[in-house]
Write a protein that binds this ligand. Structure first.
Ligand SMILES: [Zn+2]
Length: 274
């Protein structure tokens, strides 16, 4: 009798294991993978809504395997729930805005262990370009060392609607935020921290050439300082990886190591292959 009861208890697991053996890992839909591996307390309807929104808006997400999508959504929910989203100047914050903005953060940090960037407590979202009194300038985005990131929603959207024009405001601002985790967050990614100096040394030769006015594959704005150089490299890395790899292979390669991510390796969840 006891064996029969144990058999009944084990039956669903045996079934899943059987499906895994027969069809391979991809047979398990991302939603159930998300439940089993990450224990996310969301309903199938909610999960599907996020999945279809991300598939529509983020090229990066669309190309992930079911396991990759499950990891992405798990991280996105943890990130989104930890942040405040505040609309200003007539901007009403929607769930779509929260998901797209959080999605940009998760895309950038997909290869890292630490992804919460808790130096950024929230987001102030403006409909379009806004005036920043502190620096007396009109801006599309701004990232303080800690506190609220400021974003123009029009430009966040533009970044994902045109995925290869080399402009992506949200990825740009999160590149600044990621560097600032080292000095201003409770947790930062140790491997990223360890490799950053090496990457900056490799990038600095190109940066100096740009400062002397040499024509470059990277947008001119990269020549402002090494922080902007990194943020502009991140935009090119995700938006035009083939061209980046062709024009600046060394910087591209070391950026792959720094972020533990290779945007050219689309079929394999962007893992870095030696
Ligand atoms: Zn910047």
């Amino acid at each position: 009798m006891i064996f029969f009861i144990l058999f009944l208890i084990a039956l669903p697991f045996l079934f899943l294991y059987g499906a895994y053996l027969i069809y391979g890992k991809n047979a398990l839909p991302a939603f159930y993978y998300n439940k089993v591996v990450y224990h996310n307390p969301i309903s199938k309807t909610e999960y599907d809504k996020i999945d279809s929104l991300l598939s529509e808006q983020l090229h990066f997400f669309k190309q992930l395997s079911p396991e990759g999508k499950a990891k992405f959504i798990h991280r996105l929910l943890a990130f989104k729930n930890q942040k405040k989203f505040i609309g200003k100047e007539g901007c009403t914050v929607t769930e779509e805005m929260k998901i797209v903005i959080s999605g940009a953060a998760i895309q950038l940090t997909f290869g890292l262990d630490q992804y919460l960037m808790d130096n950024i407590r929230g987001f102030i979202i403006y409909p379009s370009i806004f005036f920043n009194k502190m620096i007396n300038q009109r801006l599309k985005g701004g990232t303080p060392p800690e506190g609220n990131m400021q974003l123009s929603w029009q430009h966040v959207e533009h970044g994902f609607v045109y995925p290869s024009d080399r402009y992506n405001l949200a990825l740009h601002e999160f590149a600044h935020a990621l560097k600032l985790t080292i000095t201003h967050a409770n947790d930062f990614d140790f491997k990223f921290y360890e490799y950053l100096e090496k990457w900056e040394t490799i990038g600095s030769k190109e940066f100096e050439l740009m400062q002397h006015g040499d024509e470059n594959f990277l947008r001119k704005y990269a020549a402002v300082n090494m922080h902007e150089f990194f943020a502009v490299c991140v935009e090119h890395f995700f938006e035009v990886p083939e061209q980046f790899h062709y024009n600046l292979p060394n910087i591209y390669y070391h950026l792959c190591i720094l972020l533990n991510l290779d945007p050219l390796n689309k079929g394999k969840d962007y893992i870095v292959e030696k």
